[in-house]
Design a protein around this ligand. Structure first.
Ligand code: MG
Ligand code: ZN
Length: 185
């Protein structure tokens, strides 16, 4: 299969929704303003939307795999109502310090590992070099780099230690930087 698609890889917590810490219930899933419109724009520019999210709360026993699925379904429904379709949603339920025996190990899908992104590329014919990774932590960008993703952006508060150039996903997608990138490749 020839990799012809390009993706916008998205961390979930802190990028799509506010990260209030281990978001395991739908009442705590709150979309960050402007995100849905930004994703619609990215779709129109030809990007597949792929969510890649660490969910160690499952391994840690803070919420169950079924709880996670409920939140994911809620996310899909809420965004669909706003015109946003995700091509794929990938999560890592593992953590070496977990309390759920089957999930307590060092995997290669937990970011900064590239596993989730590599799986998505294989599943959806995505060319990583022409794709974009957006995260709010350096480990998100490291995962993108390890998977060969050509464009990587850290978002967050302007005062953050990492020096993120864009405050939010909407800020990035509305930027001239993004426009130029989308038109060029
Ligand atoms: Mg995050
Ligand atoms: Zn994993």
């Amino acid at each position: 299969m020839i990799a012809t698609e390009r993706a916008l890889f998205l961390d979930r917590d802190g990028v799509l929704n506010f990260d209030s810490g281990y978001v395991g219930t739908i009442d705590r899933f709150e979309i960050i303003p402007g995100v849905a419109d930004a994703l619609v724009k990215a779709m129109r520019l030809g990007y597949r939307l792929i969510v890649v999210t660490n969910q160690s709360g499952i391994a840690r026993g803070y919420y169950t795999a079924a709880d996670y699925v409920r939140v994911e379904r809620h996310m899909v429904a809420v965004f669909a109502a706003l015109g946003v379709q995700f091509t794929g949603i990938y999560h890592c339920p593992h953590h070496p310090d977990g309390v759920v025996p089957d999930l307590a190990f060092a995997c290669d899908c937990r970011k900064p590992g590239p596993g989730l992104l590599l799986q998505a590329c294989a599943d959806h014919a995505i060319d990583p070099l022409r794709s974009i990774m957006v995260g709010d932590r350096p480990s998100d960008l490291a995962a993108g780099k390890a998977a060969g993703v050509g464009h990587r952006f850290l978002i967050g508060k302007p005062t953050s230690a990492e020096g993120a150039a864009f405050v939010s996903l909407a800020d990035l997608i509305d930027s001239a930087t993004f426009e130029a990138m989308a038109r060029s490749a």
